[in-house]
Write a protein that binds this ligand. Structure first.
Ligand SMILES: Cc1cc2nc3c(=O)[nH]c(=O)nc-3n(C[C@H](O)[C@H](O)[C@H](O)COP(=O)(O)O)c2cc1C
Length: 192
């Protein structure tokens, strides 16, 4: 599979086959994530691999559909995936090097670079995933036994897709690309 194929075949998949994944492949995905760039090469990410059904259920109970953190129903579709990888950030590592000011941006920038590598790596291995951040952080931290220094950033279900998902519509790249300086394309359109 070449890089163009990997990029164009990536989708957020929300239904998985009841089929186990060898640990070597999970490990490969972790390696892809761990190869990501990070500010100052701090590598603040840590991974929690979850296969146990009860633990998965407890994690899913901390998730919610849409924006409704309080009353949103859990994202039960996640349970069809045989493996979850929770990507956490060790905030203390970032804080020690960059202080409070940069902390809140770098933690998310670094771990998101890591997560995208993992999403693409899953495709390369013939697997599928989805970047999930709709969970109550405090509750999920308790379920995972995370220390105060660590924040859960993304939950990645990993499995074989049951569906052939169509590519989700993307904005025309010309609308969001600027050369040399920013041009307000919305205003430009309104004038025409
Ligand atoms: C930061 C982030 C958080 C997301 N959280 C969720 C989520 O909680 N549940 C979910 O089903 N999809 C989630 N998604 C997936 C998006 O819905 C998906 O990427 C988007 O609809 C575009 O579809 P595509 O990934 O197939 O291109 C998330 C994506 C990102 C980048």
């Amino acid at each position: 599979m070449n890089f163009d194929d990997i990029i164009s075949q990536r989708r957020s998949v929300r239904s998985y086959l009841d089929r186990e994944i060898p640990y070597q492949w999970v490990h490969k995905i972790l390696e892809y994530g761990h190869a990501a760039p990070s500010a100052g090469n701090i590598q603040p990410w840590e991974f929690i691999v979850v296969r146990d059904e009860e633990n998965k259920r407890a994690i899913v109970d901390t998730t919610f559909i849409g924006n409704n953190e309080v009353d949103g129903k859990p994202q039960n579709w996640l349970l069809s995936a045989p493996v979850f990888i929770v990507v956490c950030a060790n905030r203390d590592k970032v804080k020690k090097r960059y202080g409070e000011t940069s902390l809140n941006s770098l933690v998310y920038l670094d771990t998101s670079a890591c997560i995208e590598n993992m999403l693409l790596g899953a495709i390369y291995l013939g697997l599928a995933s989805c970047y999930v951040s709709g969970f109550r952080k405090k509750e999920l931290s308790e379920v995972l036994g995370l220390p105060k220094s660590h924040e859960p950033i993304g939950l990645l279900p990993i499995g074989y897709s049951t569906e052939v998902c169509l590519k989700r519509p993307k904005i025309d790249i010309n609308e969001i690309t600027h050369f040399e300086k920013f041009i307000n394309k919305q205003e430009e359109k309104a004038v025409l």
